[in-house]
Design a protein around this ligand. Structure first.
Ligand SMILES: CCCCCCCCCCCC[C@H](C)C(=O)SCCNC(=O)CCNC(=O)[C@H](O)C(C)(C)COP(=O)(O)OP(=O)(O)OC[C@H]1O[C@@H](n2cnc3c(N)ncnc32)[C@H](O)[C@@H]1OP(=O)(O)O
Length: 345
């Protein structure tokens, strides 16, 4: 696979960093998720596919030292905490890059590493609001709404961060040097909306949402003021047939009409099945196949279940050069945790 041989350490976080790590794993990287020890009550990573888990207490000096040692043998570190947290642990980029100058130190946050909000808590909707994108979403006379947390957390965050890492890795092939990737979800979401920004002079977006109404007949497609009227007319006509009936009318035309599918229906839709767009793991769990599809070196996602927290602690430390004695000491000092699959069932 394209990223085989790449060693990635992902510090466990909420939604965006886990997606970034899963993308790298899907394309072949050896991703170690560094989970918290003592273990938190809930395992929040639903995107653990293809990863291994090492449970480590970073607040203990020996735990932080173990991470430093792991970073000396890694290509990429992904950290998902607000600015200052890593520095407080003695794990800031100036320390880790000095010890491993080839390290790509990816910092995936909402507001970035500098600026007024750098140390503020936030979630997808805050970042989307600050990027300007949220103001564009929604219907006339209704509040803006966020499309779940897809835009800032996942597209502007997880995916953009993965892209930044790949770009930094490519640059490293020439310079031999690592660097910091400062992935801000506000900026990532804003970057995704480049088209909206750069097409403002076309008159498509620089007006209130849903503006203008009052024509009685169906006007030309680009008559903005008549869109709401057209929408009502179309809605009443579409209500007269079922989704399946409309699909059979519009399929194989160029009318740009597609059904709004539930997850179940998307996975079983003929087009998606033909392309193999969704995959089922050995637990019968269905999820989207990694994208994009590379012709020569496609992603080969793991079909195994996601790791339990701490399941691979010993295996990973041995692989990174820790001795059995060192591991036993870390374990008896409660700096690391192991877990056996059956204990979590
Ligand atoms: C019952 C079912 C439950 C299911 C749960 C499923 C949960 C899914 C949740 C999905 C929610 C999605 C929502 C919509 C989102 O938008 S997620 C995106 C959130 N934002 C970000 O990720 C941006 C960057 N991160 C942040 O801004 C902050 O981390 C945060 C999200 C506001 C959370 O703040 P907070 O909990 O205070 O954490 P931080 O300030 O980052 O500090 C982290 C603390 O944890 C510690 N820590 C970390 N790893 C370890 C470890 N291995 N061992 C020991 N300690 C560890 C750090 O040292 C730090 O400690 P301290 O400095 O606070 O003392």
């Amino acid at each position: 696979m394209a990223l085989s041989g790449l060693r990635v350490l992902e510090l466990a976080g909420l939604a965006p960093a886990p997606l970034c790590g899963m993308i790298l794993a899907d394309f072949g990287a050896r991703v170690v998720r560094v989970d918290r020890a003592p273990r938190s009550a809930v395992a929040a990573d639903a995107q653990g596919r293809g990863k291994r888990s090492l449970a480590l207490d970073l607040k203990r000096p020996a735990g932080a030292a173990a991470l430093r040692r792991l970073c000396r043998g890694a290509d990429v570190l992904v950290e998902p905490f607000r600015h200052g947290v890593m520095e407080k642990l003695g794990l800031g980029p100036e320390v880790l890059l000095q010890e491993n100058p080839r390290l790509i130190y990816a910092r995936l946050t909402g507001f970035g590493q500098s600026g007024k909000y750098a140390k503020s808590a936030g979630h997808d909707i805050n970042y989307l609001a600050l990027s300007g994108v949220l103001s564009k979403l929604g219907r006339k006379d209704e509040n803006p709404y966020a499309p779940v947390n897809l835009l800032a957390d996942f597209a502007g965050g997880g995916v953009m961060c993965a892209m930044g890492i790949i770009i930094a890795l490519y640059e490293r092939t020439k310079s031999g040097k690592g660097q910091i990737v400062d992935a801000s979800m506000v900026e990532g979401a804003a970057y995704l909306s480049s088209f909206l920004w750069k097409s403002q002079n076309l008159g498509l977006w620089n007006r209130p949402r849903g503006l203008g109404l009052d024509s009685n007949k169906l006007p030309s497609q680009l008559s903005f003021s008549d869109w709401p009227k057209m929408k009502k007319m179309f809605a009443s006509i579409f209500a007269q047939k079922t989704q399946t009936e409309w699909c059979s009318i519009f399929d194989s035309t160029d009318a740009c009409v597609t059904p709004v599918l539930s997850f179940d229906d998307a996975a079983s839709h003929q087009h998606n099945k033909q392309r193999g767009s969704f995959i089922k793991n050995d637990q019968e769990e269905i999820s989207p196949r990694p994208a994009p599809l590379l012709s020569r070196t496609p992603a080969v996602p793991s079909f195994k279940r996601d790791p339990f927290i701490g399941e691979h602690t010993e295996e990973i430390l041995l692989e990174y050069g820790f001795t059995k004695q060192e591991i036993a000491k870390l374990h008896s000092d409660k700096v690391i945790e192991f877990s056996k699959p059956k204990a979590n069932l």
